[in-house]
Design a protein around this ligand. Structure first.
Ligand code: NAG
Ligand code: NAG
Ligand code: NAG
Ligand code: NAG
Ligand code: NAG
Ligand code: NAG
Length: 884
């Protein structure tokens, strides 16, 4: 039974936000000039959803429901009810009269956040490092089951942007690696797994949120502008979004920053043009939390859902939408047609995922760990009731989590086969990163500290650990005699070790969301740069000076510069264990002691120096007056694409990863599957979409109940007081000319661009052009192991487009191959899109030379490509020299 109490959580929770997002007035000040040549073109109107065959049933159902909704019901479901006004991090309004519930939107991409009895899975970057499509999918399945089990309708993941353009970027670890295809495959596999459980996935953040600092708008300063040319946008940053939409993702989240000067939450070209027309996105697009900054313009620009509903001043009980959107429709400024489309998209996504069939209600609260709590913490005076049912959704998902953590572990170096070590070896372990945070695994809220084993980064992209399996415990299970120095300072006066003693040194590097500053790092690694935290590099060097056998284990959000110790003779083995989540121990011990061979591969390059990248990539954009301009002058050349072009040898190349055994790639063959043409065949037309009356509804549809309804203070409702509804309706009746629409504004739906036609774009882009098969044999005789086949395409010589030397296009991981000749034949596929470039004049994907020689390089890493297949002769060759 509900009781009343005075809320205080909102104070502590809310003040943090208030301090961060000072908001006094309209935050949309005139834009700064972006560099010459970059511009945000208008694109109107917002394309209707529903024209893709695979969504038509859901749209038909949605039309039935939405056509019965009142104006206030429609505007209720397109916006959140306010921060801390419900159990989840985002809670929409409902249309309960028609059976449409409040939707629960919940962080994070790696597990159900802020709750108990849920798995803290390995992070995205770790998942990317497995290079295992089936594991990516299995993790998605488990995530989906847990979100559904907790009653969350919407999973706020996967993260495929940031792409990891800047090694210092704070949230790169939430995504899967610094390559569009790796991001795309892992993102799509996650979406497939999650959505098969009936949970709506959210691909985010659209787009180019490549650094944390200055990403957010506030009244004093706009968020930075990522200025990207059209080809780079298509061939890099948009690529994983296209793949996720092709997979049928139900939701998209816009990014905080601007692109070409226009904020992503109201960038008409991005949302209306690219997302909804070209990529044919059928679901709904939500703002990132508090990035919503205008009422009418964002609606016209294609935003469908305001999250968490508040203006940029949280907890003030004000919104740009809800009651304001109601007003904007009544006064004629937002066409009812646009609101109908927003509502239909949301309801259609709900049907598409089958959530109308007994979907559970949230049985947890992200606001408190207690059984009972405030139902509306932000209301201060809130009813109290049961908010947590402590439902255990973990099942046996630790197995998937551990498998991902283990199969991601990347062996960078293993001189004299120091690894694996015998359980009886004499081992000394150094570094606080080897043991769980002594204050408790969850001692720091949002994991905003780096104490103990680093399992995940910090910010909103985390989950609570139900338990933490740390490395030292797992190591001691195998060798009880291990000595452990739980310190980051190398102990003085250690006895001289014998020649066969082994030092295992644990170091880390952390980053996260800029909501929190950790050890001087404001989200991005602006302070630590690419050095190990806690003087970790020094710890390694000291150990290397004392011991003859040093194993370095690195838990990290991304690349580090290893030069100060990587070549020291006693540093014989190096493992990157990335961010393993809760399963940090057994996953690692299994590798260290040789139960399994490492099979992870780097999802990014490790350079010898930060300045091996151009300034636009190597450095964060610091403070500047006005809007900070982050111009993507490097174009397509990030990570290995740049290093290869500039002929810079990395320390460890993208895709690099050793095993305890060796593999032999042979018997490659290539087969033409679909004959290509210079441009894809014409796109399919748009199928009919739901239509509704577009007359401005009567003001009465906006009137709030005057009796029998218990209004909660500061809760965001969609109703207007009667007098306000009436006067808005009077303005609407007077005609449209009262509102100044943006340049290029139109209300006439179009047939869409030639490059569109289905979810993700023209469906012919996914035609498989060539199929390659290659046999991988375990050529060692001691260890079993899994291999990864990576396929990189090299475009024909002499084409008019400058293209990176090689670009990853597909990959496959084998099962465990037995020692002494265990083998498997894997198939790699190249689609039409894989062999195309984005032609900015044609505004289409173009195959530069249909019968030209594309070379498809195959191997175990971007610098270990000894086998190639040719598309012109349909032959393959082995024993080649790697192209880079
Ligand atoms: C940004 O400006 C460039 C012009 O250099 C243009 O090609 C591109 O389409 C624009 N992108 C967006 C999202 O506005
Ligand atoms: C909007 O949603 C809230 C929360 O579920 C509900 O209390 C309110 O009645 C809804 N308003 C309308 C117009 O249905
Ligand atoms: C209609 O209402 C919206 C929301 O308050 C406002 O931004 C817009 O200017 C209004 N339009 C007119 C014509 O008054
Ligand atoms: C642990 O140390 C003891 C005493 O030195 C030795 O007898 C035993 O074999 C060691 N155990 C392992 C697992 O190394
Ligand atoms: C790989 O296997 C093939 C076929 O058995 C053999 O000809 C070749 O020499 C092997 N290559 C390496 C590098 O072991
Ligand atoms: C509010 C709510 O629906 N809570 C449910 C959460 O899940 C548990 C276990 O499945 C149910 O018993 C609760 O009723």
């Amino acid at each position: 039974m509900a009781a009343f109490g005075v809320g205080s959580v909102w104070l502590s929770l809310g003040l943090t936000l208030l301090l961060q997002v000072p908001c006094l007035a309209n935050p949309v000040q005139p834009r700064d000039r972006v560099p010459d040549g970059y511009y945000a073109p208008p694109y109107y109107p917002a394309p209707h959803g529903g024209w893709v065959p695979s969504w038509q049933q859901s749209y038909a159902k949605a039309q039935k429901l939405v056509s019965q909704m009142t104006l206030a019901e429609k505007t209720n479901i397109t916006g959140g009810v306010g921060m801390y006004m419900g159990p989840c991090v985002g809670n929409t309004g409902s249309a309960l009269r028609l059976g449409f519930p409040q939707l629960c939107l919940q962080d994070s991409a790696l597990g159900v956040a802020s709750t108990d009895h849920a798995t803290a899975f390995p992070a995205g970057i770790t998942t990317g490092a497995t290079w295992d499509k089936q594991l990516m999918y299995a993790r998605g399945v488990a995530l989906g089951k847990e979100f559904k089990g907790k009653g969350a309708n919407v999973y706020l993941g996967p993260t495929v942007g940031p792409m990891g353009r800047k090694p210092l970027g704070g949230r790169n670890w939430e995504g899967f690696g610094s390559d569009p295809v790796l991001q795309a495959v892992a993102g799509a596999m996650t979406i497939k797994g999650v959505q098969e459980q009936g949970v709506i996935a959210t691909i985010k953040h659209l787009i180019a949120n490549e650094q944390e600092m200055y990403r957010m708008y506030n009244p004093l300063k706009p968020g930075y502008s990522s200025n990207i040319d059209d080809r780079t946008l298509h061939e890099l940053y948009l690529w994983p979004f296209a793949e996720g939409i092709h997979e049928g993702v139900g939701a998209v989240m816009s990014a905080y920053n601007a692109v070409n000067g226009s904020a992503c939450s109201q960038n008409a070209y991005l949302l209306n043009g690219i997302l909804k027309d070209e990529l044919g996105f059928q679901g709904f697009v939500m703002s990132d939390w508090f990035s919503h900054m205008s009422g009418v313009p964002s609606a016209l620009a294609g935003l469908d859902m305001s999250m968490p509903g508040d203006t940029m001043l949280p907890l003030s009980g004000t919104s740009y939408w809800k009651y304001e959107l109601t007003r904007s429709v009544l006064n004629g400024s937002v066409p009812l047609d646009r609101l109908n489309d927003m509502a239909t998209r949301i309801v259609a996504a709900w049907y598409q995922l089958g959530q109308d069939q007994n979907y559970p209600r949230p049985n947890f609260s992200a606001n408190t760990k207690d059984k009972n709590g405030l139902l509306y913490p932000a209301a201060v005076l809130s009813p109290i009731g049961q908010v947590n049912w402590f439902v255990d959704v973990q099942a046996d998902h630790y197995l998937v989590a551990r498998q991902v953590a283990q199969d991601a572990i990347t062996l960078l170096k293993n001189q004299e086969s120091l690894l694996p070590v015998a359980p009886s070896s004499h081992i000394t372990v150094f570094g606080t990163d080897a043991a769980v945070n002594p204050d408790g695994a969850n001692a720091c809220g949002n994991r905003a500290c780096n104490k103990g084993t680093l399992g995940i980064g910090w910010g909103s992209g985390v989950a609570d650990y139900p338990y933490f399996d740390d490395p030292i415990t797992a190591i001691r299970k195998r060798n009880a005699n291990v000595t452990f120095y739980n310190t980051d300072s190398f102990p003085n006066n250690l006895a001289t070790p014998s020649d066969d003693e082994i030092a295992m040194v644990f170091i880390s590097s952390d980053s996260g969301e800029n909501t929190f500053t950790v050890e001087g790092n404001h989200g991005d690694r602006d302070s630590s740069k690419l050095a190990a935290w806690h003087n970790g590099d020094e710890l390694v060097k000291r150990a290397a000076a004392k011991y003859k056998n040093v194993v370095v284990v690195v838990h990290t959000v991304g690349p580090l510069i290893l030069e100060s110790w990587i070549d020291l003779p006693s540093v014989k083995a190096v493992l990157f264990a990335h961010l393993p989540g809760q399963e940090a121990g057994e996953s690692l011990a299994g590798i260290l002691f040789g139960d399994v061979s490492p099979s992870g591969h780097l999802p990014y390059s490790i350079t010898k120096s930060a300045s091996d990248y151009p300034d636009s990539i190597a450095n964060l954009r610091g403070y500047a007056l006005g809007q900070i301009q982050d111009t993507y002058t490097e174009g397509l050349y990030i990570d290995y694409r740049h290093l290869n072009k500039a002929k810079i040898q990395p320390r460890f190349a993208f895709g690099h990863g050793l095993s305890y055994t060796t593999f032999n790639f042979s018997s490659a063959s290539i087969r033409l599957v679909t004959e290509l043409s210079p441009v894809p065949p014409p796109r399919p037309g748009k199928a009919p979409v739901p239509s509704y009356s577009t007359d401005i509804p009567p003001a009465s549809e906006a009137y709030g109940p005057t009796t029998g309804f218990n209004y909660i203070w500061r809760y965001l409702y969609s109703w207007l007081p009667t007098s306000e509804a009436d006067s808005a309706r009077a303005i609407g009746a007077a005609g449209k000319d009262k509102y100044t629409y943006p340049t290029g504004y139109s209300e006439t739906q179009t047939s869409g661009p030639e490059s569109g036609g289905a979810e993700g774009g023209n469906p012919a882009l996914w035609d498989v052009a060539y199929e390659i098969s290659v046999t991988i044999r375990n050529s060692g005789d001691k260890f079993r192991g899994k291999a990864v086949a990576q396929a990189y395409v090299q475009f024909p010589a002499g084409i008019e487009w400058d293209t990176p030397v090689i670009q990853l296009r597909d990959f496959e991981k084998t099962d465990v191959l037995e020692a002494g000749g265990g083998e498997e034949t894997v198939t790699l596929r190249l689609t039409r899109k894989d062999l195309s470039v984005w032609d900015v004049r044609a505004q289409n994907w173009v195959v530069p030379k249909v019968d030209g020689r594309y070379t498809v390089w195959i191997g175990e890493g971007s610098d270990r490509l000894f086998l190639a297949c040719y598309t012109d002769t349909l032959t393959c060759e082995a024993g080649l020299e790697s192209p880079v």
